[in-house]
Design a protein around this ligand. Structure first.
Ligand SMILES: [Zn+2]
Length: 257
């Protein structure tokens, strides 16, 4: 199984309405982080109001085009490099946390598992509004930062690719079939050293599977299922929200086609 993307009803900057449905999907741990952070902010006379959350491959492609053509100023990487594509990043309305101030918001966000994407809490900086819920994909960041893999331009891009394939969305550099890359992402997060996360199951990936008691000769679907179960055991908060009944709703259209 892959990491579920679940629908979320959350306030947006768009005419005071909930975030439009096409953007309103996220992982369970992000879902929990969003509502915990919203409650924290409301307790301090602020609020969490979003302008962006999930982006499909096509939405990310368009966001990147808008950036390169100068239509929008905010940097947006090509598909395959944004945590938005994994339902693990949001952009918030900075005006709504003004009273609290960004430097005071950072530790609060951190306590909820949310990381900024810039180095200092200056609301004038581009991307001051962007926060990631790295979850277990931070282990992929650390793996690349430690030099265990070197096929991505940065540890951050490797982490984003890992997070994106884990919800079943493709990353061009990792091939049309997301399953091999997802299996490798799982192996890294389960503590195996497999070299690069490159979308091709080689000897190191097979050894990693064997180390985890999984028969590497299984069909890809069975391997996806086996590593998914191991991930769910190690990172349960990424698969469901304790005590909450989630209406999983229809599977997003882009994942069915
Ligand atoms: Zn963003």
């Amino acid at each position: 199984m892959f990491t579920p993307l679940i629908p979320i009803a959350i306030d947006s900057i768009y005419d005071g309405k909930p975030l439009p449905k096409r953007m309103a999907h996220c992982t369970p741990d992000m879902y929990a982080a969003i509502f915990a952070t919203k409650a924290d902010l409301q307790a301090q006379h602020g609020d969490l109001v979003l302008s962006d959350l999930f982006r499909s491959y096509d939405m990310q492609f368009q966001a990147h085009l808008d950036y390169t053509s100068g239509k929008k100023k905010a940097f947006s990487p090509p598909p395959g490099g944004s945590m938005h594509e994994a339902g693990r990043a949001f952009d918030l309305d900075l005006d709504k946390i003004k009273k609290l101030t960004l430097p005071k918001f950072w530790p609060l966000a951190k306590a909820r598992g949310l990381s900024p994407i810039i180095d200092k809490p200056d609301p004038k900086l581009s991307e001051a509004w962007h926060f990631d819920c790295r979850g277990s994909h931070d282990l992929v960041y650390q793996y690349y930062a430690a030099g265990h893999g070197d096929n991505f331009k940065s540890a951050y891009t490797a982490m984003a690719a890992s997070a994106i394939v884990s919800v079943g969305q493709k990353v061009d550099a990792l091939g049309e079939d997301v399953r091999p890359a997802y299996i490798q992402s799982a192996l890294i997060r389960l503590g195996q050293k497999i070299g690069d996360l490159d979308g091709s199951i080689g000897p190191q990936s097979r050894t990693g599977l064997t180390n985890l008691g999984i028969n590497p000769a299984l069909e890809l679907d069975a391997l996806v299922d086996a590593v998914g179960k191991a991930l769910e055991k190690k990172f349960p908060q990424e698969f469901f929200i304790p005590g909450a009944v989630i209406d999983h709703g229809p599977v997003p259209a882009h994942l069915v086609s």
